[in-house]
Each structure stands twice: as C-alpha cells, then as structure tokens.
Design a protein around this ligand. Structure first.
Ligand SMILES: *Cc1c(COP(=O)(O)O)cnc(C)c1O
Length: 396
C-alpha cells in the first residue's frame, strides 16, 4: 500500500481562546491605535513590549508592524546610510536583503555552510568591508555565536540579529537575539507567534531603543512606552530622528500576549515533531540530515535536509514524487525564485559575486514546514514518505 499524507503544511493552530477574548475586548472599546489610551490605562502594545523585554531579559523592546520593518528600523537606528555596505547571509529570506535595500544600503553576501549557518571563515575574510552585519538565523540554525561575536567585537562590526525563526531558541543557554546589539523577531503567521503580521525589536542600548521608537512613529508620545528608555534619552535624538511609521496596534498586541506566555510549551511541541521527522530520515542513503550542535537550543518549526550534489532533475523528481503523496518540499536551490524561496543571485537589485561553495549547498537544500497541527504520527508518516521517495530516485 502506498501511504499518502493529507494534512496541510500551511495550517497553523487556531488563535488561543484567551487571545481571542483579549482581541474582542480591544474591538469593543475601539482603541486600536497604540497611543489611544484613557487616563491610567496601559495599552496592550505597551504591555506586550514590557512582557517581551522581561521574557528575553532585555532592557528595551519595541513592537512594530512586521519582522522586515524591525530589520530596516534596526539598520536605520545603528546609522546605516544610503550606499553603505552591510554584511548579510547569502542563504536567507528575501525580506533580509530587502530591508538592507529599503534604506538604500548594499548587501555584501556571506556564504553558507553545510550546517546551513553563516560561513564564519568567509565572514572573517569580508569583515573589513562593512561596519554592520545583519545576521539571519535562517530557518532557525544558529552559527557558533561565540566565535561570531568575538570576531565582530574585535573588528568593531555591529551585529543585528534576524530571529524570525529563533524566537525561543538559544546558544549555550543565552536566548537568541541577545548576543547582538539588536534582536528582531517576526510575529507573522508562519513564525513562532501569530498575529498575522507583526514584529518585535529588543536591545539593551538606550540610544538605539529611543531611535527605533521614534523611527517607528511614536511622535512625541514616547512616554507612553513601558519598555523604552527615559525622556532624557529621547531629548537627545528627537529632532534628528525621522518618523517612518510602522507601529504595532493594540489588536495584534492583544493576540500576541497570551501566545508569548505559552512559547516554551510550543517550542517543546515543535521539537517533538522535528525530532520525530529527523529520526525517520536519518540514515536515508543520499540524504544528509543537518545535525544540530550541542550548544544550540533550537525551535523545530521547519526542517531542512540536503540532497548534496544531486542533479537538479533528480531533485525535481523527488519534489514531484513527494508532492504526489501529499508532502510539500521547498527547494532553495531552484534557478527561479518561487513561493518564499529565492537565492542571493535572484536579488538582482543587489550586486553579488558568485559563491561556488555556497551554490553547491543552496542547490541541495530541501525545506519543509512543521506546523503544530501535525500529530507525531503525521510526522512519522511524512518521514516514511520522504525516505521512500528519496530512496527510489537515489537508486534509479
Ligand atoms: C519571515 C522572515 C523575515 C521577515 O518577517 P516578516 O514579518 O514577514 O516581515 C525575516 N527573516 C526571515 C529569515 C524570515 O523567515
């Protein structure tokens, strides 16, 4: 009997009842704008920031309209100007080079290793070319953060972390987003908390926090923030920091607060599913599992494996055969950008130099979402399907 999977790779769990109730309360009073509060009221957005800062052990937090907006705001806050070079990953999602382009800066792409992390030797070689690194923990894989921070600190390179897939992850016990100067998170439906769209930015630096807050469109209402620096810091920057509106609203903040309280439990559930799939795939001939370093606490909201040195035709055949059995694999190596996958050389608004070693890896990266609506049995079934179809093409 040929097994097929009938679940959906894009179906997340419903919004928790508690979050729905909080959202209804906001809808009923109608004060959706974050600065629309009655005397003595603490708005949902300000409370979200206070709680996320505490959860991450950060001094300051700002909630914004999207993860990509948080990244662009971070770049502006650290002083990136039009024409400036910014180091970033060759293997990442389009909003990352997009954020760099949005401030008129120029990405300098750094290669990817077989662990799907930033190639730190390549970074070392390029470190003198820029003052800022936008480090994308793409698909939740953390590079050796100790070595990376040592290198960047020594070179005076500011690190902005893209934690879209590492909310809840950690390196040697330190939460992801706490190593660099600024950590940015996405609250978009396919990430680790779901408000449709949304972003969070954290930092311990008072001036960066004040600038980011002004940039996000606080007008002169920054005193209504609960996780922002004092007014004296805003006094120093308020005349010279433009308003680039991209605020979070109280409705989305209300939806997010209960979800963030539940993050640890959700991470555990993602990892049960991830580990089940990884166990089912391990040892498949021709397929390379991306093993996770001991120092890394990951969040298995998606899984990647490599079909290294396979021809594009054979990879396409695996994708086709898996799809026929209900298993949706994404391929970051495709020549044409498709869905949410694209390659550094697809972003033609930015110059890039060919990176043969990274091209070899990109060409073999297979990616699959692991929504929490999958049961553990679903995960075992999916692994069996991939294993048999990879095996069939490998042997043909
Ligand atoms: C989703 C994502 C972003 C951007 O987040 P949005 O909230 O969609 O703007 C940035 N980087 C990575 C790696 C992502 O996956």
């Amino acid at each position: 009997m040929t097994e097929t999977f009938t679940g959906s790779f894009t179906q997340q769990e419903p919004i928790p009842e508690e979050a729905i109730e909080a959202a209804m309360a906001v809808l009923r009073h109608g004060r959706l704008h974050r600065y629309n509060v009655v005397p003595g009221e603490l708005g949902e957005t300000a409370l979200l920031e206070l709680e996320f800062a505490a959860q991450m052990g950060a001094k300051y937090c700002l909630a914004v309209s999207s993860g990509g907006y948080a990244l662009a705001t971070a770049l502006r806050a650290v002083g990136v100007e039009p024409g400036d070079p910014v180091l970033t990953n060759a293997f990442t999602l389009a909003p990352v080079p997009g954020a760099i382009a949005s401030v008129g800066a120029r990405p300098i792409f750094v290669g990817v290793t077989e662990s799907l992390t930033l190639d730190l030797d390549d970074l070392e070689a390029k470190l003198d070319q820029a003052k800022v690194l936008m480090l994308s923990h793409m698909r939740g894989h953390l590079c050796d953060m100790d070595r990376l921070m040592q290198m960047c600190d020594a070179a005076g390179v500011i690190v902005i972390e893209d934690c879209a897939h590492t909310m809840g992850a950690a390196w040697r016990g330190q939460l992801s987003g706490r190593q660099g100067a600024i950590g940015c998170y996405s609250c978009q439906t396919y990430k680790h908390v779901n408000s449709g769209e949304g972003g969070l930015l954290i930092t311990d630096d008072e001036e960066l926090a004040a600038k980011a807050t002004m940039l996000s469109g606080s007008y002169m209402l920054y005193e209504r923030h609960l996780a922002a620096p004092g007014p004296e810091v805003f006094e120093r920057i308020k005349y010279t920091t433009p308003n680039v509106s991209g605020r979070m609203d109280n409705l989305r903040a209300a939806i997010l607060r209960p979800q963030l309280r539940d993050l640890d439990r959700q991470v555990q559930r993602w990892n049960e599913r991830y580990d089940e799939i990884a166990a089912g795939l391990r040892g498949t001939p021709g397929l390379t599992i991306v093993e996770r370093p001991e120092e890394e606490t990951y969040v298995g909201s998606s899984i990647q494996f490599l079909l290294l040195d396979w021809s594009p035709e054979r990879i396409a055949e695996v994708i086709r055969r898996c799809a026929a059995r209900g298993v949706e694999l994404k391929w970051f190596g495709g020549a044409e950008p498709s869905g949410f996958t694209s390659r550094y050389d697809s972003w033609r608004y930015a110059d890039s130099v060919p990176m043969p070693a990274s091209d070899r890896i990109l060409a073999g990266i297979m990616d699959m979402r692991v929504p929490l609506t999958f049961s553990l049995e679903d995960c075992r079934l999916i692994a069996r399907i991939i294993r048999s179809e990879v095996g069939a093409v490998y042997q043909s």
